[in-house]
Write a protein that binds this ligand. Structure first.
Ligand SMILES: *Cc1c(COP(=O)(O)O)cnc(C)c1O
Length: 431
């Protein structure tokens, strides 16, 4: 496989961009080797600057649930482009997307748009603190909620990949207010609330953890968080920036039947353009400026281009049968991978919901805790990643990232992926 142009661009990038990338996971630190530079995407495929073609399971890290350059999204952006890129004032389309989000995500009564997932979680936490007049925040080990100071503690994929669970530059005075508990550990949750329930502003959690590979909630875990937050009058925040409109039309909360007070969204709702959102119970949302005293604002919030792309996206994905079909495709891929691994005698298991999946290389048992994720075999993953890449399959360059199947993936791409995986599992066996 030719990589000379990518290498040339990476060397050039390193002169002017720290680490040569604008977001750390892109840098291949978790898999070794140099990052690729891409020039084009089409449906389920990515093309790099050396003309190599890959089946893409990164999907821009989540947003591209329809694949690259879906016609309805492109059309919506083009139509809006001719009318204007931004007005710094309200548009009707913002109401339309808010109505659609509230309709599909049952716990959301009012919603505010922002420009990234980080902004959504940061604002939701400020709102929870303002609403409860309390300071303490609970998060879970391995969950990532964007890179706001108080949330960068044991924060999953990006930081894990570069071997720094926490960040420099975050004053301990900020993180002192963040209490980290183990994911899926109901005893730890009960103990915490017995001691601090009365001072806790909010609990923030990924209802399916997608930033430590893919770890679903155990039976009773989300229910316990709901119960403890209700009893202690703390705000329950589901961070569905990744899972929202990805695992089901109503998000992970619709799968598990547990309703949070606030939900954060991003990724899919922008159709690939920069967007984020947070919403929930009207009583809480009304505390946001200008109706309430919790300040939050954004020059580009509700960007007409992002909203147009997001609206087109929501229209396509709310068509009947969309998620059933996406789930079926992803399941076909997961079952196939498990069969190929088993044929090669490599310990391997997968998790899946809707168009989101995770692969583990250390075990045949379902993975449920951060500790088990950390026991995953990194050497096997690296071998797998590079074999797949050399055979035309692009996976996230980190074993802590979830993977994404789009509706543009057909059975042909899935079959090609499985054939590549047979070679990869053979390579692991010969490691
Ligand atoms: C990606 C992600 C974020 C951060 O979103 P950005 O748009 O990258 O700021 C927050 N929470 C979760 C669960 C995410 O997956």
């Amino acid at each position: 496989m030719k990589k000379s142009k990518s290498q040339e661009l990476y060397n050039r990038a390193k002169n002017f961009i720290p680490g040569g990338v604008n977001s750390p996971v892109r840098a291949f630190k978790g898999v070794g080797g140099d990052p690729l530079f891409f020039k084009e995407g089409l449906g389920p495929y990515l093309v790099d600057v050396d003309e190599n073609r890959y089946i893409d399971y990164v999907g821009a890290f989540g947003p591209l649930i329809l694949g690259h350059r879906h016609e309805r999204i492109i059309e919506a952006i083009q139509t809006q482009l001719k009318k204007g890129i931004g007005f710094g004032a309200s548009t009707e389309a913002e109401i339309e997307i808010a109505e659609k989000i509230c309709k599909h995500v049952h716990s959301i009564e009012e919603v505010r748009l922002v420009t990234s997932g980080t902004e959504a979680t940061m604002s939701a936490i400020r709102l929870a603190r303002g609403f409860t007049n309390r300071d303490k925040v609970v998060k879970f080990e391995g969950c990532y909620h964007g890179h706001a100071d108080g949330l960068l503690v044991k924060a999953g994929s990006g930081a894990l990949t570069i071997g720094q669970p926490d960040s420099l530059g975050v004053p301990s005075a900020y993180t002192d207010l963040t209490h980290v508990l183990p994911y899926n550990d109901t005893e730890a949750v009960e103990e915490y609330f017995d001691a601090h329930g009365g001072d806790t502003a909010c609990v923030i959690v990924e209802p399916i953890a997608g930033n430590m590979n893919f770890v679903p909630p155990d039976v009773g875990f989300l229910e316990l968080l709901r119960e403890q937050c209700t009893v202690n009058q703390s705000v329950l925040i589901f961070d569905e920036v990744m899972t929202g409109f990805r695992v089901a039309l109503g998000g992970a909360q619709s799968i598990y039947g547990v309703l949070p007070d606030l939900t954060t969204l991003g990724k899919v709702i922008g159709g690939g353009l920069p967007i984020g959102a947070f919403g929930g119970r009207a009583e809480i949302m009304e505390k946001i400026a200008p109706s309430g005293g919790v300040y939050q604002a954004g020059t580009l919030s509700g960007s007409p281009l992002a909203v147009a792309a997001g609206l087109a996206m929501l229209e396509v994905i709310s068509e009947a049968g969309f998620y059933e079909e996406l789930h079926r495709k992803t399941k076909l891929l997961m079952n196939g991978l498990e069969e190929r691994a088993s044929a090669a005698d490599v310990p391997f298991t997968t998790n899946q919901a809707g168009g989101m999946f995770g692969c583990f290389f250390n075990t045949n048992k379902k993975v449920k805790t951060f500790k088990e994720v950390m026991e995953s075999n990194e050497r096997n993953f690296r071998t797998y990643f590079h074999e797949m890449l050399n055979n035309g399959v692009y996976l996230a360059p980190s074993m802590y990232e979830a993977g994404f199947v789009s509706m543009a993936h057909t059975e042909e791409e899935i079959r090609k992926t499985l054939d590549a995986s047979s070679l990869a599992f053979e390579a692991i066996k010969n490691n």
